[in-house]
Design a binder for this molecule. Structure first.
Ligand code: PLP
Length: 515
């Protein structure tokens, strides 16, 4: 493809992309293709002769688009959103054009320096404590990772290395010796990573990758599924009895099933009770809900994080208008990362790195090469301004509240199971026989087989009908429906329609049962 052909193809592709965004709201949110649909449509072997762009674009239309789930649809109310905006697409275009895998500063100074600056912007926009800024006296800073899972696994490896190093050095062993290596390897199998029962599966996966154990901290519906100090203390004490050494813990702001926020203040107080507990690396996973911190009314959540938190991560690619991938990860002490992950063969050496005055992001992550993701964050933050980012969050939260109120208005049919938060409502269909005399529910939902079956049936029917896409989960033995309207295109009318669908489907299911 030469420059003229590229220009023509790019114009055609951009027109098509704009048309895609214009038409997505009116398309079914779920694809109707069956598994394996694509193989018969694509030649078995790569083409021998070059093909025209027009042919390729035609195949995007006829073969790829039918198999897309429309995450950008306002009717996408499942999982958590994956937003994308025009400025962020422009960021991807430039990033692809510059294509500079800037693992060392020298490999493309602009990539590294813009990332450091933009991560400081993000930290400030979220109201994070100063300790997470690259300019902080403690040597903190942010790095863009591909995902929350990647951030968590990376932090866990750094935490493990910090712990075994501390222990081996305290025992007088010298780094680089066989005795040191033996000791650090002996320590690893006793190490335990922790997270609440509601923590995302990436924490257990991270422990697997880090080669350590994993234990979970029980949560209760009475506590809104939040990790409490007492529950943590019980697990820490049990670990001690079992001869295990907790070295890392994920706390969540906005758990996946219900958007619960773990109780930071309580947990912090418990960790202070013992010297060994104070050394646990505490990571905050705010993959989705962290975006809400741009709005001033949520920033009080971060006020406790100036002390006792080692790292924090949120995905701008969920709810903050930047397309996947934009995992923003911040550490209090970058040396924890670089000491653990810096392996420098001769071919990576250069005077700037040796001087120690530059950041080499390869030492903050798993892979060596990296994409120029700072551009799209920079473009989005400049195009929307903080005002635009706050407005987006506030709009979603406010229409989420409209939906919650609608659900509450039909307490004869539904029960809200956990505290609605961050535009997410978690509900179940009531067991009609369990409704109390005055029509109100128990304050805390109780497991109920009839309600579970009804909720599951309603959930499956709604997704099968395909006008909206929602997800379900099971918490404390209760089958629940989650509705989160936080895509970039969602409006109040979409949540109102979702509520109507919920009511119509539930009434139909109940009627069927009654017959
Ligand atoms: N943490 C939480 C709270 C999540 O909800 C999710 C995904 O939704 C993740 C982590 C994993 O995110 P990623 O796909 O970026 O690894």
């Amino acid at each position: 493809m030469d420059r003229e052909q590229f220009k023509a193809a790019a114009h055609a592709a951009i027109d098509d992309i704009i048309d895609h965004f214009d038409t997505v709201p009116s398309k079914p949110v779920l694809s109707t293709v069956q598994p394996g649909y694509l193989r018969p449509l694509i030649p078995e072997n790569p083409p021998t002769e070059p093909e025209e762009w027009s042919q390729i674009q035609e195949d995007v239309d006829s073969k790829i688009k039918p198999g897309l789930t429309h995450w950008q649809s306002p009717n996408f109310m499942a999982f958590f959103p994956a937003g994308v905006t025009y400025p962020s697409i422009l960021g991807e275009m430039y990033s692809a054009a510059f294509n500079a895998p800037a693992f060392n500063w020298l490999c493309s100074p602009a990539c590294t320096e813009l990332e450091t600056i933009v991560m400081d912007w993000v930290a400030k926009a979220l109201g994070l404590p100063e300790c997470f800024l690259s300019t902080s006296p403690n040597g903190g800073g942010g790095v863009i990772q591909g995902s929350a899972s990647e951030s968590i696994a990376t932090m866990m490896v750094a935490a493990r290395e910090r712990r075994v190093r501390e222990r081996a050095l305290a025992e007088g062993l010298k780094e680089g010796t066989k005795e040191y290596e033996d000791r650090t390897m002996d320590l690893r199998p006793r190490l335990v990573a922790l997270g609440s029962e509601q923590v995302h599966s990436s924490t257990a996966k991270g422990a697997l990758i880090a080669g350590t154990r994993y234990r979970s901290i029980p949560t209760r519906l009475e506590d809104n599924m939040e990790m409490t100090g007492d529950a943590l203390r019980a697990v820490l004490e049990q670990c001690e009895k079992d001869g295990l050494e907790p070295y890392y813990m994920t706390m969540t702001m906005g758990t996946t099933s219900t958007c619960a926020v773990d109780r930071f203040a309580e947990v912090k107080a418990v960790l202070k009770e013992k010297e060994s507990w104070q050394r646990i690396w505490v990571h905050i996973d705010a993959a989705y809900a962290g975006a809400a911190l741009v709005a001033d009314e949520y920033q009080h959540i971060a006020k406790d994080w100036a002390e006792g938190i080692d790292s924090f991560e949120m995905n701008m690619h969920k709810w903050l208008l930047v397309n996947f991938d934009a995992g923003c990860c911040f550490v209090r002490n970058r040396l924890d990362l670089t000491t653990s992950l810096d392996i420098t063969p001769a071919y990576l050496r250069n005077p700037y790195s040796e001087m120690g005055t530059v950041i080499d992001y390869r030492n903050w992550q798993i892979s060596l090469g990296r994409r120029f993701r700072a551009l799209k964050i920079w473009f989005v933050m400049r195009s929307y301004g903080l005002v635009g980012l706050k407005n987006h969050i506030r709009k979603c939260v406010s229409i989420g509240e409209v939906f919650t109120d609608l659900v509450r208005s039909r307490s004869d049919l539904f029960e809200i199971v956990t505290k609605p938060a961050f535009a997410l409502t978690v509900l179940r269909v009531r067991n009609p026989k369990a409704v109390t005399a005055n029509g109100t529910a128990h304050t805390v939902a109780q497991p109920d087989e009839v309600s579970c079956d009804l909720t599951k049936e309603v959930y499956e029917k709604i997704n099968a009908a395909g006008e909206i896409f929602i997800t379900s989960s099971v918490i404390a033995g209760i089958y629940v429906i989650r509705v989160v309207g936080a895509s970039t295109t969602v409006e109040e009318k979409h949540l109102r329609r979702a509520f109507d669908i919920l009511v119509e489907t539930t009434e139909a299911v109940l009627k069927e049962k009654a017959e």
